[in-house]
Design a protein around this ligand. Structure first.
Ligand code: HEC
Length: 141
């Protein structure tokens, strides 16, 4: 009788331990990963560690996007915000990219701004144009 109770308690405790362990693991899984990437030397507006455009939330990208592959995979790609979003979904579904939590939106903003498709990028308005009048070159004779 006593030993049966004791066994029951043991089973209960080990169940609890397992539940806690699994609970902890899943909690860690959904935790956004290190985002405390350090700035490095910036030359010509590029982060020298990664080649990322050193503007906006680039440290979030540096902190989350170079753990599995070279930053070149990021910097050599161009996509719309939708396209980037699909790439992140794909990496999350197939490649074990973690949940980016509150960092997903700023990361997408950054990617869609600095790595937008070239053809959809608008030419900046012309400025400081020196206008001049064309000579009247109509034949005189
Ligand atoms: C958990 C690992 C992992 C992390 C973290 C990760 N990726 Fe990836 N990513 C991959 C793998 C694996 C591939 C496929 C690599 C290959 O094809 O050589 C890939 C491919 C890519 C590609 C190429 C996709 C294509 O269609 O060619 C881009 C762009 C990319 N990742 C961007 C990012 C960005 C941006 C982040 C940060 C938000 C990121 N990755 C974080 C694993 C990861």
């Amino acid at each position: 009788m006593i030993s049966a109770n004791f066994r029951a308690v043991l089973i209960l405790i080990s169940g609890l331990v397992i539940a806690l362990t699994i609970g902890n693991c899943t909690a860690d899984e959904s935790e956004p990963r290190p985002t405390d990437a350090k700035p490095s030397r910036i030359v010509d507006g590029l982060d020298m560690d990664t080649g990322l455009v050193a503007e906006g939330e680039y440290l979030l990208v540096k902190g989350n996007c170079i753990a599995c592959h070279s930053a070149k995979l990021v910097t050599q790609n161009r996509a719309t915000r939708e396209g980037w979003s699909q790439m992140l979904d794909w990496m999350q579904e197939k490649q074990g990219l973690w949940d980016l939590g509150p960092h997903r939106e700023p990361i997408l903003d950054y990617l869609a701004t600095y790595y937008a498709p070239e053809e959809s990028g608008r030419r900046p308005p012309l400025q400081d144009i020196e206008w001049y009048r064309l000579e009247d070159e109509s034949p005189t004779d």
